[in-house]
Design a protein around this ligand. Structure first.
Ligand code: MTE
Ligand code: CO
Length: 390
């Protein structure tokens, strides 16, 4: 900064008067200078805001936790306002004893805390036929990463006593869409949670208050919000969300079903189209996020030349199973154009594929499960754009 910078030499208004008292904001809000850090929609994407989606502003965030007010929303029948006193969770079907729990009943079961990402299977779905949306909020923002507090589903199912023929569960939401999905019993008994807290406080209305199912590592659609009922059955139900939707249409016209696990994926969140370089050449922090539905992310590679040469990024923060991971690459930018990409390696040894490699197998009819490598072109002015390189 130049000598005589008024930010240094002049006494600022906020130094000349007393600040707010402690109770001005009984529930705290971000600084007024952060009002651009919000969820955003893509207007043409859906016909109606009630069955729609908005996106997490990944380019504005750091670390691995998504603040509750910024978690993207996906509702098929709007966000239901449920009174917890009138809310019940029923377990029925192939069980020894059909049970109905109040919220108070659920609070008496042992609970656990876990950080998990939730990614909608449609995340990056608009990019199958080529680069389309200009910003990682829109290309990758159907994801959030939250610490959940909840009761292991296993404990509730054990309480009801699953019959030997009980091989599947069908969780159901209390919203107008009455969302249901078939989930194999193995997963239900493994790591699923019936969650009532996110990042320490009650679930937000948008995220399924007062109860949501957490299905670690699996596609977001299965994480039933406003959870009211779990039916136990001997086979999958083949409902709308696992036949007409959330199946992967291949080039030959056949569709693949039950692609539950989210494959390893990563994205550079800054620089990116909504987060251009404004400071010119010199030290540049490249930051990004990576995740895998199959485990952790021990390594992310970053290229600044469109894949000709790769450098290993610096992982930062906790490495938790089925959680987002933060990575950085600190470079000295020479001011020349950049073709930025990141490539995640997960703990199973799987490496994130290029979009070309994905299209070779999947064709371009798909909507869901696009985990291909993202490219940002950054010009000499630092302006970034969504592109593809071959
Ligand atoms: N559960 C109910 N009851 N109703 C819904 O519309 N949407 C699903 C899932 N669970 C949905 C639901 C979809 S498609 C996704 S991607 C996630 O919730 C989104 O969770 P979020 O709104 O917390 O981001
Ligand atoms: Co979804």
């Amino acid at each position: 900064r130049a000598a005589g910078d008024p930010a240094i030499t002049q006494i600022q208004p906020w130094m000349q008067e007393l600040g707010d008292g402690v109770d001005v904001a009984p529930y705290g809000q971000p600084s007024e200078h952060e009002s651009h850090v919000i969820r955003r929609t893509v207007e043409w994407l859906t016909a109606d805001p009630v069955s729609s989606i908005n996106f997490t502003p990944l380019h504005e965030l750091d670390g691995i936790i998504t603040p509750n007010g910024l978690c993207f929303e996906r509702h098929h029948g709007g966000a239901a306002h449920v009174d917890p006193a009138e809310h019940r969770l029923m377990i029925n079907g192939l069980v020894d004893t059909q049970l109905v729990f109040t919220m108070e009943d659920l609070m008496r079961f042992p609970r656990e805390n876990h950080v998990y990402f939730l990614e909608c299977a449609a995340n990056s779905g608009m990019e199958w036929r080529g680069a389309q949306l200009n910003g990682c909020q829109f290309t990758h923002g159907m994801i959030h990463n939250v610490m959940y507090t909840g009761v292991p589903l296993r404990l509730l199912l054990n309480e009801a006593g699953v019959k030997t023929e009980g091989k599947w569960i069908l969780p159901e939401g209390a919203d107008a869409s009455g969302m249901t999905r078939s989930i194999p019993m193995e997963k239900a008994l493994d790591d699923c949670l019936v969650a009532f807290k996110m990042n320490g406080e009650a679930l937000r209305v948008e995220q399924g208050y007062p109860l949501r199912l957490v299905v670690p590592g699996w596609e977001g659609n299965m994480w039933i919000k406003w959870l009211r009922r779990i039916e136990v059955g001997d086979e999958p139900w083949h409902h709308r969300e696992e036949t007409s939707k959330y199946t992967d249409l291949f080039a030959d016209g056949r569709a693949r079903r039950f692609t539950w696990e989210m494959d390893a994926k990563s994205v550079i969140t800054s620089p990116s189209p909504q987060a251009p370089i404004t400071h010119g050449p010199g030290p540049l922090v490249i930051k990004g996020l990576a995740w895998s539905g199959r485990g952790t992310i021990p390594r992310v590679d970053v290229t600044i030349d469109g894949g000709k040469t790769w450098q290993q990024a610096r992982m930062s923060g906790p490495s938790l199973d089925k959680s987002m991971h933060a990575f950085y690459l600190d470079i000295n930018w020479d001011g020349r154009p950049l073709y930025l990409q990141s490539r995640a390696h997960d703990s199973t040894g799987y490496v994130q594929p290029t979009k070309e490699a994905l299209r070779e197998i999947r064709g371009v009819n798909s909507i869901y499960h696009n985990n291909g490598i993202q490219t940002w072109y950054v010009n000499e002015q630092g302006v970034a754009e969504n592109v593809e390189v071959s």
